[in-house]
Write a protein that binds this ligand. Structure first.
Ligand code: DUC
Ligand code: ZN
Ligand code: ZN
Length: 478
């Protein structure tokens, strides 16, 4: 079995940091050696196959992005990253596991939607991947199929309170699914926005000639997010279901989550980098020679960007510190401007919703450490350890300890990463939502189950390196 020693670095976990060497054998970590350890006295470096000198750098568990949408069919097109391109971009950015959403559409069997997702991903991925199940048609057959997913390693399912006529589930459907969640321990994931209300507001705006991308955010008012979040919490309370609210962007929605958690409910929330860094005001001001005011389409996602004047971004950072929000995922759902976002020129409702960030999450969140918003340990917790616990992978993923998968990133705090328009990333997009971001920090080396897949600016992995991860039930419940 191949052996690797990562030496001289600072190993960072969710609970602390220490000088230590990490010994890898095959796909697993076999030892974490602190100064004074007996093994260190032996000439270990001379006896291993590969030595990685991490002096002056952080050694962290590989990132886990628990919310991606590779190849998602949406708005008459499909997300532009395949499992191959999207997971390779993830690897470049220090993410060694993704959890994508298998899709069951209205009228389709859950088993068929899932089988299709397995087909799309198998043999294609650069890093390990798991699935949540989207239930886009909550009918009797779908409900009956849910418990069987646990044996398939899929222990969470997502419903939508938004997108009437597409993925939308009404309260009665949500209630029934949550009863199954309560009975089985499967985590209910919720897109919490009041879709019918949003659709009326959007229709009225378009009728008034307000068709630019900015109005997407006006239609998707924070009240629609707060109301749906509250309703989801109450239905979870009624049924006893554990609830995880995805892509939280409104400070009022965070307050609902905090209220529910204070009552002792198993309620959790994630936010995404776009809700920490980008704003509705910037979207209004976005303009370029090529796209004019339509440039703002690159930031059309749901939930939408929120007003900086109203303080949503600051509140998200605060909630990450206080654990009112527990995780940061990307909701990676990339669409090119040409031929994709462009579908909504003249009517923001037709702009495919989504931003591509899978490559930048670790860097963007590290900026929170640089600016003092979060600690180094919290960075690791938000991006790796809690995602592993929340979605039943902890022990194997999300931690550097003997027995864990050797998913390790060597991160250089003195390095630098510049994000440009299209040539400075590896996602399959013709632009970047993060153009102009200058990152203090750099992903130097990425090891996925013992194999060095990124090092010194080179991609050394292969498609098919990544394997399906069968997840257990959440390890994060109160
Ligand atoms: N939000 C997005 O931005 N894209 C895909 C689906 C969603 O809910
Ligand atoms: Zn969503
Ligand atoms: Zn999503």
């Amino acid at each position: 079995m191949a052996t690797t020693l990562i030496t001289g670095g600072t190993v960072v976990s969710a609970t602390g940091r220490m000088q230590a060497d990490v010994l890898i054998e095959g796909e697993r970590i076999v030892a974490v050696l602190q100064p004074g350890s007996e093994l260190l006295g032996t000439d270990l470096a001379a006896s291993v196959d590969t030595v990685i000198d991490a002096t002056g750098r952080y050694v962290i568990p590989g990132g886990i992005d628990a919310h991606t949408h590779m190849q998602l069919p949406f708005g008459g097109t499909s997300a532009s990253d395949t499992f191959e391109t999207g997971t390779r971009a993830a690897a470049w950015g220090g993410t060694t596991t993704i959890v994508d959403f298998a899709v069951q559409r209205h009228g389709e069997r859950i088993q068929d939607g899932l089988a299709h997702w397995h087909e799309l991903a198998a043999g294609q991925c650069a890093v390990d991947y798991g699935f949540h199940q989207i239930v886009g048609g909550v009918d009797a057959e779908a409900l009956a199929a849910l418990p069987g997913l646990i044996d398939e390693g899929i222990t969470s399912f997502k419903m939508f309170m938004a997108y009437p006529g597409v993925f939308y589930a009404d309260d009665a459907q949500i209630l029934r699914a949550m009863q199954i969640s309560a009975r089985t321990g499967m985590l209910t994931m919720m897109h919490a926005e009041n879709g019918p209300v949003i659709d009326v507001l959007a229709e009225q705006l378009v009728a008034e000639g307000k068709t630019d991308p900015y109005f997407h955010g006006i239609a998707r008012a924070w009240q629609a997010e707060e109301e749906a979040t509250h309703r989801a919490i109450m239905l979870a309370d009624l049924t006893g279901a554990p609830l995880y609210v995805v892509h939280v962007s409104a400070k009022q929605a965070v307050r609902q989550l905090a209220w529910a958690r204070d009552k002792g409910q198993n309620v959790f929330g994630e936010t995404c980098p776009q809700y920490l860094y980008l704003s509705l005001e910037e979207q209004l001001g976005a303009s370029s020679e090529r796209w004019g005011a339509f440039e703002g389409a690159k930031w059309v996602c749901s939930t939408p960007l929120r007003s900086r004047a109203e303080g949503h971004q600051d509140h998200m950072w605060q909630a990450l510190r206080t654990n009112d929000l527990q995780m940061v995922s990307t909701d990676h759902c990339p669409f090119c401007m040409t031929d994709q976002k462009e579908l909504g020129r003249g009517d923001f409702r037709a702009i495919p919703n989504g931003i591509g960030s899978v490559e930048h999450r670790m860097d963007l969140m590290y900026q929170g450490v640089v600016t003092g918003e979060i600690s180094l340990e919290r960075w690791v917790e938000l991006t790796s350890t809690t995602p592993a616990r929340m979605f039943g992978m902890y022990g194997r993923k999300g931690v550097i300890q003997p027995g864990a998968d050797a998913d390790v990133v060597v991160y250089d705090p003195a390095g630098h990463t510049s994000i440009g328009y299209d040539k400075t990333h590896h996602m399959n997009m013709d632009h970047s939502a993060w153009e102009g971001f200058e990152i203090d920090g750099h992903v130097d080396t990425v090891i996925a189950r013992g194999k060095v897949i990124v090092d010194a600016g080179q991609y050394l992995g292969r498609k098919g390196d990544g394997r399906f991860v069968r997840r257990g039930l959440s390890q994060y419940l109160i």
